[in-house]
Design a protein around this ligand. Structure first.
Ligand code: UDP
Length: 248
């Protein structure tokens, strides 16, 4: 007699292993930004604002690099976490985690645009976490793409751009192994309990932009990696559809 298949442990919020948390975009949250959205993804909430400067960084001029540039900043507001997180400015330096995340956001968004079509402009993407419950970097990337698209629509409407420089939809999601089960879109309690934690950034062509995967005092097999990637792809599809809907 075969032994019964062990049941998948229940998730804290009752989700199926391959189910993402409810996702909502509130566009134009920051009216003075060229494009903005508040992404609410479960209990994680991130304000994503995009501004456009009519100049390029000095290194581009010096190296005679054509086109524009895109840069990103990420920060967690002091009251975004259960215990107050002091602003980086009060410590006099950006913390390593914020620095790593903002570089990831910048790379992810640069993969969404053709910088040559942007002209001699710099896009600044600012992601500020209002509430953190796991997956703030994936929410920042997914929201930043919406804010960036809104900003590009505005430049086109203003006659500053003839052609949309956005080439691909880009979204990000976390996956992980918790209690032996592969789960999509980890909330904070799952993230803390995860033996393997992975962040995937992908585009609408199903291509990978970045894969950040780590075992926390644990290792993972190639088969588990494949299962996590497959789960991530399911999530990315849903995120890209939600972004499309938010952009009308
Ligand atoms: N977190 C926190 N304070 C910090 C850093 C992280 O409370 O200084 C929490 C927060 O809920 C965050 C989660 O830990 O979403 C996971 O952090 P991680 O560094 O894995 O990044 P994220 O999952 O947010 O992209």
């Amino acid at each position: 007699m075969s032994s019964p298949t062990p049941a998948t442990p229940a998730r804290a919020d009752g989700r199926a292993p391959d189910q993402i948390r409810p996702l909502r975009f509130q566009n134009h949250i920051a009216p003075y930004a060229t494009g903005s959205t508040l992404v609410e993804w479960g209990h994680t909430r991130v304000i994503c604002g995009v501004t456009v400067e009519e100049s390029v960084p000095r290194w581009m001029k010096e190296q005679k690099v054509e086109g524009g540039w895109l840069t990103a900043e990420y920060s967690m507001l002091p009251y975004s976490t259960l215990t107050r997180k002091p602003r980086d400015i009060s410590k006099g330096k950006l913390d390593g985690r914020s620095s790593e995340i903002q570089r990831l956001i910048g790379r992810s968004m640069r993969a969404a645009v053709d910088l040559n079509k942007l002209g001699a402009r710099t896009i600044c993407v600012d992601c500020d976490v209002l509430q953190a419950d796991g997956g703030t970097r994936t929410a920042a990337i997914t929201g930043a793409f919406v804010a960036l698209s809104l900003a590009m629509q505005k430049l086109i409407a203003a006659g500053k751009l003839k052609e949309n420089p956005i080439t691909h939809g880009v979204a990000a999601v976390s996956v992980g192994i918790v209690g032996g089960a592969a789960l999509l879109d980890l909330c904070y309690t799952e993230d803390v309990a995860a033996a393997v934690d992975m962040n995937l950034v992908m585009n609408a062509d199903g291509e990978f932009i970045e894969v950040q995967g780590t075992g926390e005092e644990a290792t993972f097999t190639e088969a588990q990696l494949a299962a996590l990637l497959a789960l991530g792809k399911v999530g990315i599809k849903q995120l890209l559809a939600a972004q499309k809907q938010a952009l009308g």
